[in-house]
Design a protein around this ligand. Sequence first.
Ligand code: ADP
Ligand code: MG
Length: 469
Amino acid sequence: MSDQPQALWLAAQQTLRGMLKTELYNLWFAPVTARCLEGDTLTLEVADEFCEFWLKDNYLDVLRSVVSRVAIRPIQVTFAIRAADASSSASAPAEPVAETAPEAKPSKAETRIADAAVQSAAREASRRSEALFNPNNTFETFVVGSNNHHAHAACMGVAQKPGHTYNPLFLFGGVGLGKTHLLQAIGHHVLANKKNARIGYLSCERFTNEFIEALQNSQLPKFRKKHRELDVLLIDDIQFLQGKERIQEEFFHTFNALHDAHKQIVLTCDRPANEIQGLEQRLISRFEWGMTADLKAPDVETRLAILNKKAAALSVNLPEQVILFLANRIRTNIRRLEGALVRVAAYAQISGKALDLETVETLLREILQEEGKVAISVGEIQKRVADYFDIRLADMTSKRRPENIAFPRQIAMYLARQLTEHSLSAIGESFGGRDHGTVLHACRQVRDRMEVEAKVRQDVGYLEKQLTR
Ligand code: ADP
Ligand code: MG
């Protein structure tokens, strides 16, 4: 058995991240590392005694249960305090001490106190950065490939000279392609170089919630001051402004105030600004004032580079063919690629067995299914179903209604619903402009008939397997 349980702990961290509020996770759980796994006891390393007490008091049961679930056997959790280094010395006083009179020459003791205060301020800055951002989301851990080099370069430019290069910077791209990672990398970089920088990092949802709260408590001026006096404003997932007029109005003024003062604004979005429905034109045009950069799905070289970098960080040595398998099968989402690697690595470390592809496939069944969902198009489904029932492809979109055509068409709608992430109305659209009610009805119809007719069950089951292979 390996005594290097990094992958086990990383898999547990992924679960914890999904369970806990981001700030809570970033502050308390992200900085924790795994020291060793001896028998059934996992030792976690924390920064100081305070962290240990706090985690023990509040989260020991949760930690035990999450780690046990990942390891697929009961695991106990203990803590150890990380060896002190300059930036996190446990012996320095926790709080800065009162200021000395300006003209008085500081005594030795006072110098020591002042040093401690400087150290403490540095600690405070790194704490602040940890509290705001996931420590893993830095430029150092970001793999640059042809899919993202443009966005990466723009973010580096902004991080080095906030407010002076591209303003605003608008990043867009699909889920799991590194938008939040780059946004936070900018934040880390700015804070590391200028620890007093006032950085606002908010999801668009949080901006909305804070605004509503301020409105209810008559604290709008305070809300405005807080956001308009920042040096850098990082806003994630701006697509949530969609259709929210009051928030857009408020955001418009925040944007202008910061932009006029040459303060940096960085926005991320899951699509180009002009595709956000119900977004005011004046905002769209402002978002396009500076630089727009998109993140695409990584090509196979980039996927391999990401896998190798993460495997090295986890200190796991996976067979070449396993890495290739992952890179070939998971193409559309880097978060999913990472999740797959962590799961496989955790299994390899815990079981101590050599991995074959069959095991990998079993371990990743759900992840591969999810990946399959995105990859299948409605067109492909229609074609397969038409071939299988020996009808014309054109009948998938036609208005013809004989049972031998209408039912296969319903099956294709049902499969489109099951196997893709398209909405009911988008699916209806692909079937000759039918409405969402028709698709819903088709899905019910197929489900009902599957329950009572073995033949329908077989047909649908067979097609589903063919399509998700
Ligand atoms: P998004 O915000 O676009 O949905 P994230 O920034 O959260 O995606 O990225 C998803 C995961 O993939 C994160 O864990 C992130 O660290 C990782 N990731 C994305 N792009 C890269 C990259 N180029 N190099 C290394 N890790 C990456
Ligand atoms: Mg994101």
